[in-house]
Design a protein around this ligand. Structure first.
Ligand code: FRU
Length: 489
């Protein structure tokens, strides 16, 4: 793999156009100065302590989630100039352990193209980004999407390939052709790309290449039968515990009872895949990955046999309450994934324990008893699942500052209720542990039930610390740690 990437790099460097590279470098320098300056205007009240958020401005999808050059990298869709979506850049952070994140200079800035979502591959010397160039056109639908490469030898500064695009057109010519996720196997690179059919059904396309530059279309990996939306964004495709998982973010799936209540969905299909025929045979129907209010565009990476996921901790077309503070959007905690009984289990990455601060608080909380915490807390709750549980987390002020967590043994559902009917709920059948693990930060809640069979990620906006009241008709056992800061403030 090392040889392949390094050779490409030499070829790319040889044809780089030095004059436009210079302009690009100047724009990048000016942007970093702007970010440094603008940071002073941010209101910190909702800034996360241990979730990655943009230094200023807007963040959406995780991109290029990878382990390259001895570090984890997490790029993201970024618009630095306002806390709403705008011409897309790639923000960048790196981490030694998936919980401590260091801000790095903006990796990609838009020129003729916007830098939409994509992925990263590399080795100890070189990193290659493959991303979607979203460009304006004169004719309907007034945009087109192709795939670009950019590369780096230091993991910080990226040059766009001068021979872009490397993949110019979906087989059916659809202008919606985006979010490449690349991986290597044997002598080939493979990529999955989100797209749609001519009659507006979401689909995922599979390609392969020996050099990342020339791509051969292999198959339509999967497509919506009509019920799974009109566009599949941000696909990812990987083996997990002996099965294949097609993870994607379908747009246009209709709400069904408790399911699909967010504006867009994020979920997966489990099946089998054959590298000879390039055929994916689905075995289990689409399931949501996370049941909370704010979870989208998840991307994964594999390291030493473990598969980690991270997602955009927001949703499209909802109010982003932090936007008035000069920033918007953050990442979920990184989770480790396992497959069990045809369902993905998600647990906070093991290194989350490194955020814990002593002393821990331990004890029983009786009905109506209250306990107060700071903004960044990890909680373990144990109670009798044959009886009801109700916990109230009060952030004391403003919109979306209160949340109720419930369990009703009669219906067997866990409920996350942000008030005013803003409820997410799902059946839970513990397969082992019966503990709830809750991660609270300055504007978020993540609830992991049991072994991670059911997970909710929801944004909530407390002012100051958290106040927890036990409203259950039973005492609950509680263990808590306050968590230390692991991201820039
Ligand atoms: C998903 C998405 C991607 C696209 C990016 C643009 O949230 O719409 O499909 O590449 O965001 O910012």
């Amino acid at each position: 793999m090392i040889l392949r990437i390094s050779l490409i790099l030499l070829a790319l460097l040889a044809i780089a156009n030095t004059r436009s590279v210079k302009n690009y470098e100047t724009s990048k320098r000016e942007l970093e100065e702007y970010i440094r300056d603008k940071k002073k205007d941010i209101d910190p009240r909702f800034r996360p302590h241990y979730h990655l958020a943009p230094p200023v401005g807007w963040m959406n999808d995780p991109n290029g989630f990878s382990f390259v050059m001895g570090e984890f990298h997490l790029f993201y869709q970024y618009y630095p100039y306002d806390s709403v979506w705008g011409p897309m850049h790639w923000g960048h952070a790196s981490s030694p352990d998936l919980v401590h994140w260091k801000e790095l200079p903006t990796a990609l800035i838009p020129e003729d193209e916007q830098c939409f979502s994509g992925s990263a591959v590399g080795d100890s010397n070189t990193m290659v980004l493959m991303y979607t160039a979203h460009s304006a056109t004169d004719t309907r639908p007034y945009y087109n999407e192709t795939q670009y490469l950019a590369f780096s030898t230091d993991g910080v500064n990226f040059d766009k390939h001068r021979g872009n695009p490397v993949l110019a057109r979906a087989p059916n010519g659809s202008p919606d052709f985006r979010d490449p996720k690349v991986w290597g196997r044997g002598r080939y690179w493979y990529v999955v790309i989100g797209s749609k059919t001519d009659d507006e059904r979401g689909r995922v396309l599979l390609y392969r290449s020996t050099d990342l530059l020339n791509w051969e279309f292999l198959s339509v990996l999967a497509e919506s039968d009509g019920d799974l939306g009109y566009m599949w964004e941000c696909p990812d495709f990987f083996e997990l515990d002996g099965k294949w998982v097609l993870l994607m973010s379908p747009q246009g799936v209709e709400e069904k009872g408790d399911r699909y209540k967010n504006v867009y969905q994020n979920g997966y299909i489990i099946g089998d895949f054959n590298y000879e025929t390039h055929e994916f045979v689905p075995e289990v129907e689409f399931q949501e990955m996370d049941y909370g209010h704010d979870f989208y565009a998840a991307q994964t990476l594999e390291k030493e046999g473990r598969r980690y996921a991270v997602a955009w901790f927001n949703m499209w077309n909802v109010t982003h309450h932090e936007a008035e503070d000069g920033w918007a959007g953050m990442m979920t905690t990184v989770r480790e994934m396992r497959l069990f009984n045809n369902r993905i289990l998600m647990k906070p990455v093991e290194t989350t324990v490194n955020l814990r601060q002593e002393p821990k608080l331990e004890g029983q909380l009786y009905l109506n008893e209250v306990v107060e915490f700071g903004q960044a807390v990890e909680l373990f709750i144990d109670a009798d699942l044959d009886q009801k549980i109700e916990l109230h987390l009060d952030g004391r002020s403003g919109a979306l500052s209160k949340v109720w967590l419930r369990w009703d043994p009669q219906v067997g559902k866990v409920v996350v209720d942000r008030g005013d009917g803003d409820v997410r709920q799902v059946e839970w059948e513990p397969i082992g542990s019966r503990t709830w693990r809750i991660l609270l930060d300055a504007s978020s809640l993540e609830l992991f039930c049991g072994e991670g069979e059911v997970v909710f990620s929801s944004r909530v906006f407390p002012l100051g610390g958290w106040r927890l009241t036990n409203l259950s008709p039973q005492p609950v056992n509680m263990l808590s740690y306050s968590l230390r800061r692991s991201v820039a403030d």
